[in-house]
Structures are given as structure tokens and as C-alpha cells.
Design a protein around this ligand. Structure first.
Ligand code: PLP
Length: 592
């Protein structure tokens, strides 16, 4: 163990006002998920009566992240702190959020960083398509006068922020008196707490000593705004890697070898792609692609099939800076509606090779044919099928993405995402975006991912064989009401799946004959000895969760009905165990 790389010593997590329930991480300190042992516990959590100390990594902050956040809060005596994949990611998330709440906002920037300096935001701000005025600290009178009427945001991005604030109090008071929010983006930790009353948000880097390991934090006393930012971080996924957190806490060393290029080469071969990019999470891959394909006036996304809950949420609830357009949702069996749905505002079509959780298989050939006619890019989330069972780029799709957290990793202890494509111009745009905003996979995560990829093909073969055995067992079992597994003729996607996919993947869903919550409780609370009870999928060990209760708990019955999503649906991600029989026996016992 080395000493902490953060300039203060308080690293205990703060007590929470809610009852904190212990949840067991499934694979050590960097687990991306934790065991949720009973249905009642899940219901209590959904009702807001308890909090888990561990959980799916985007929803429950890993304790290592909490220690950094709590340490920063204590040190600077502020109420809120969230950590991000990098300083620039933190800055982007905050500015993006502020611009969303006030789309007409004018950003006024004071910066003494030269263009090209790793801490300079100037080039990045251009990407935000925001009117801004830049000025060196000697010349910031160019930013005056401030105007209360025209939503303005003052961003101070200077080397010695505290000194600057102390020297320029009069200038700041001018902004403050007109209630212009002030955001300071600093290249280092200020030694002492800053004037809290003056500054609304402070964005700090966690990587003051070593550039290769990135991390950033937003600190503030703004209650509502920081709560909303946390919600956005869950959905969009720019969260700090727990390994980076351990590095900043002095618990592990940095890797000297970078595996990113090797991983990208490997994924490009698997997906038959020319270019690849790695991200801090699957959701951050999706967020990046959606950001890059949308433009003002052309920001509408058409989703085909019932997609993963956070992708769905990004499309349903998330405001966009490009203007609020209604996105369009089309069922996999409503493909005849796709041509008419496309209009001059359509920016892209998004779908999943096998949808989560209903196991539908959209007709990618038909989607691509229609999209090409209208010159609309197609984005496909290939997490469920993996490149072993489908290569969407070969079918004419423009972008393939993955949550590498799942099958590529297999061990539930890595978080990441990937985007693969063939277009060199767009690849350059993604490369620029990544370096401008620091949304890249940590080198510590890439080292683990590289190891996990070693036996990917061998594991996938076993995943596939095991899944077929488990699906056959479930199909025959009298306790099962309906099985959602596209590889069986009883599934509505069977015909398309046989045409588009070369294998099934290993995720399936089912409902029980025993009705309602009681039926589900009997199943889920059974010992299920050889199965992990946790949210995630693509795990080497079979993993199960009450999907709708976890992902769509607050949705009313009518909404679920419209989505075709049974409230008591169980999602099972069959593992690649050498012997699948104990898993089948556990299921048999639980189904009673
Ligand atoms: N895509 C699919 C199909 C998923 O199931 C998930 C998460 O479960 C994601 C994307 C998001 O991945 P991550 O949790 O790594 O952000």
C-alpha cells in the first residue's frame, strides 16, 4: 500500500440518513454488482426506505468512490461531491446540465490556459455550441457587463484559482450581485476551502500528480442541482472507475503498460470493424454516440424494440441540448411503421441485436435497407449477442456498441464500454470528442479487460451450450408460464433470429405460473445455490434478477403493458460453468 494521492487524510464514508443495508459484492472490491438476497430488500430499496452499501456500479457508488467523495466533502466542508472519469468529463457533465436547464445560457469563460494545455477547456467549449467569450485574467473586463436578464454562466478556468478569486473579488461581486452562477474549474486542489458563498460549483482534478490515471470531482452546496447531476451520472455513465479510486486512495499502483490499443485491435477483429473506442461504461458509449449524431433541428432518435432501461430512459426522459424533440419508439413487429416514422428531424435509428430483457431480435437487414434510403445512421447495441453471434457492421450498420462490463469481462469486476465503426471521418470526430472531454476507459480497467478477453471465444461457446440446456429445461418446466428465448420457435423473433444471428447468447427471461409478487418471492427467495442473485448479465456465473422490479418499478401498469413488459418478469443470464447441471437443479428447486 502506498500513501494516498489526495492532499487530505479523511477517507471514511459518511453516515447516511437512510438505513444502510449490507449487500455482498460478487467479486471483490471492484465488483460491478452485489448480491440482492431477498425480494423484500429490493422492494424496500425501491420504496426509498433503505440504501445499499454496494450495488450495480452506476447506481450505487462503490465504497472506494464514497470514501473520496466523503473525504472531499469533509475537507472542503461542502454538502455534495460526485466523482467522474476525468476533470473534463466532470466539467462537461456540469456545463451540459446547466445548459440543459437554461438552453439560452451564455457561457463567459476566463482562462489563462493556452490552447493545447491539458487543462484548457477552450477547444472543448466550442464543441458545446455555446456562445462564449474568452479572456485572459488581465483582460476579463471584455466579459462585462453581466446581465441578469440574459442567462449567463461565469466559468473560471485558471491555474491558481484561489489566488485569482482573492484578487478579483470586486469582479466576482459584480457577477454575484446579478445572481450569475459561478463555476470554477481548477487544475489542482485548493489548499484551503474557497469562499463558498461566492462560488456555486467547483470542479477539481483527482490526478494532480500523475496524468495517466484520470479522475475529476464536482463539489457544491447546490442541493437540487447536485441531486439531478447524480441522476444524470447514473444514466449517462461517466463515473470514475473504482480502480482509479483505489489508486487515488493509495491502495494500488498505476499500470505501466497500456492495453487500450491491443483491446481495440482485438475488438475490431471480432466485430470486423476498422476503428474502435473505449469508454468508462456502456452507457457512456451510448451517450457519446447519441451526442455526436444529434444536431439542432436533427435530433430525433428512432428506437426499434424495447431497449435496455437506461437507453430507454435517455430517449424518453432526458432533455437534450439540441432541443426537445419527441423520440419515436417502434416495436420489433411494427417494422412497417419505420419508413413513415423517418422525417427531416431524424438523427439516427438505435436498436439492440437481442433486446434486453424480452429477447426480441430486430430485423437489422430491413432496418439498414430503410435507413440507407434515407441516409440515416444505424446504431446497434451488440452487448447481448456479442460479435460471436452477430457482426452488425457486416449487415451495413454504422455504429456497434458494447457494454464491456458484461460478456467481454465475464467476472463482474470491470466496467466499460466500446464503440466500433468503419467510417474514418466519424472515427476522427469520436477521437476528438474523447480527448476534448476525457471520456476514456481507464488504463487500470483496460488492463483487466485485456486479461478477461483472453478466453472470450471459449467462454462464449460454453455460454451458448449452457443457455440451450437451461432454456430447454425451462421450456418444459410446468412452473414456467412463458419463456422469452429467441432461439425457440415459440418466440416471435425466431424467424429473424435464425436469419440475423449465428447463436443465441445466454440471456433469457421468463414469467412464473405462480402469480404475482408471492409467486416471484417464492422463486427469488429460494436458495438458488449456484446462481448469483444480482443485477447484471454476461457473467461467467449464472446470474438472475427480477428485472422489471429492478428496472421499471415505478412504471404504472398501463405503461408496462404498452412496453409488453410483465411486472414479475425474471431475467436469467446463464453462465459458462463447466457443468451447468447444478444451476438447473437450483432452478428446479426454486420453481418447486
Ligand atoms: N446495453 C445493454 C444491452 C445493457 O444491458 C446495459 C447494462 O445492463 C448497458 C448497455 C449499459 O452498460 P453499462 O452498465 O456498462 O453502462
Amino acid at each position: 500500500m502506498t500513501s494516498a494521492r489526495l492532499p487530505f487524510s479523511h477517507f471514511e464514508s459518511l453516515p447516511t440518513s437512510k438505513t444502510l443495508r449490507k449487500a455482498e459484492p460478487v467479486n471483490g472490491p471492484y465488483s460491478v454488482t452485489a448480491t440482492l438476497s431477498s425480494l423484500d430488500e429490493i422492494l424496500e430499496w425501491q420504496e426509498g426506505r433503505i440504501e445499499f452499501d454496494y450495488g450495480y456500479y452506476r447506481f450505487v457508488d462503490n465504497p472506494l468512490l464514497c470514501r473520496i467523495q466523503d473525504g472531499l466533502k469533509t475537507h472542503y466542508q461542502l454538502r455534495h461531491c460526485w466523482v467522474y472519469a476525468s476533470l473534463k468529463t466532470a466539467a462537461m457533465e456540469l456545463m451540459d446540465y446547466l445548459l440543459l436547464t437554461k438552453p439560452q445560457m451564455t457561457l463567459k469563460l476566463i482562462s489563462d490556459f493556452k490552447a493545447g494545455d491539458p487543462f484548457s477547456l477552450e477547444g472543448s467549449l466550442c464543441g458545446l455550441k455555446t456562445v462564449f467569450a474568452a479572456a485572459g485574467p488581465d483582460d476579463f473586463s471584455a466579459l462585462l457587463p453581466f446581465s441578469e436578464a440574459k442567462d449567463e454562466l461565469l466559468v473560471i478556468n485558471v491555474r491558481h484559482a484561489l489566488e485569482f478569486l482573492e484578487n478579483e473579488v470586486d469582479f466576482l461581486i459584480k457577477a454575484k450581485s446579478l445572481r450569475i452562477p459561478i463555476l470554477v474549474i481548477s487544475d489542482r486542489f485548493p489548499e484551503k476551502p474557497w469562499p463558498v458563498g461566492m462560488i456555486n460549483y467547483w470542479v477539481l482534478p483527482l490526478n494532480s500528480e500523475q496524468q495517466s490515471i484520470q479522475g475529476g470531482a464536482i463539489l457544491s452546496n447546490m442541493d437540487r442541482q447536485m441531486a439531478e447531476l447524480k441522476g444524470l451520472r447514473m444514466q449517462r455513465g461517466p463515473v470514475l472507475s473504482s480502480r482509479n479510486a483505489a489508486y487515488f486512495l493509495g491502495e494500488i499502483e498505476a499500470e505501466s503498460k497500456a492495453w487500450k490499443d491491443a483491446i481495440i485491435d482485438r475488438l475490431c477483429v471480432l466485430e470486423k470493424a476498422r476503428y474502435g473506442f473505449l469508454f468508462p461504461s456502456g452507457m457512456q458509449s451510448i451517450t457519446t454516440l447519441l451526442t455526436l449524431v444529434r444536431r439542432p433541428g436533427k435530433a430525433q432518435i428512432i428506437a426499434v424494440g424495447h431497449l435496455y432501461t437506461d437507453t430507454y430512459a435517455l430517449l424518453t426522459y432526458a432533455k437534450q441540448r439540441t432541443g426537445d424533440v419527441e423520440n419515436i419508439f417502434i416495436g420489433v413487429d411494427e417494422m412497417d411503421q419505420l419508413p413513415a416514422a423517418i422525417n427531416e428531424q431524424t438523427a439516427a435509428i438505435i436498436t439492440e441485436t437481442i433486446t434486453n430483457p424480452l429477447n426480441d431480435v430486430p430485423d437489422l437487414e430491413a432496418i439498414v435497407a430503410i435507413a440507407k434510403k434515407h441516409k440515416i445512421p444505424v446504431i446497434v447495441d451488440n452487448t447481448f449477442a456479442t460479435p460471436l453471434h452477430c457482426n452488425p457492421l457486416e449487415l451495413g450498420v454504422d455504429f456497434v456498441l458494447h457494454s464491456t462490463t458484461k460478456y467481454f469481462s465475464g467476472k463482474n469486476d470491470h466496467a466499460g464500454g466500446a464503440v466500433l465503426l468503419n467510417d474514418s471521418v466519424v472515427a476522427q470526430t469520436i477521437a476528438n470528442y474523447q480527448s476534448q472531454w476525457g471520456v476514456e476507459l481507464s488504463s487500470l480497467e483496460s488492463s483487466i479487460l485485456w486479461q478477461r478477453l483472453e478466453d472470450f471465444e471459449v467462454r462464449m461457446e460454453r455460454f451458448q451450450n449452457n443457455a440451450l440446456q437451461v432454456a430447454e429445461f425451462l421450456q418444459r418446466h410446468p412452473g414456467i408460464e412463458k419463456l422469452y428465448f429467441h432461439n425457440f420457435p415459440s418466440h416471435r423473433s425466431y424467424e429473424v433470429s435464425q436469419r440475423i444471428l449465428t447463436g443465441s447468447g445466454s440471456v433469457m427471461s421468463f414469467t412464473l405460473k405462480r402469480p404475482g409478487m408471492e409467486g416471484l418471492r417464492k422463486f427469488y427467495d429460494a436458495p438458488l445455490q449456484h446462481i448469483l442473485k444480482a443485477p447484471s448479465l454476461g457473467s461467467n456465473q449464472t446470474i438472475v434478477c427480477p428485472y422489471t422490479l429492478l428496472a421499471h418499478y415505478h412504471e404504472p401498469d398501463e405503461a408496462l403493458e404498452e412496453l409488453g413488459l410483465p411486472r414479475y418478469l425474471i431475467r436469467l443470464s446463464v453462465g459458462c460453468e463447466m457443468d451447468i447441471n447444478p444451476v438447473i437443479e437450483s432452478l428446479d428447486q426454486a420453481l418447486g
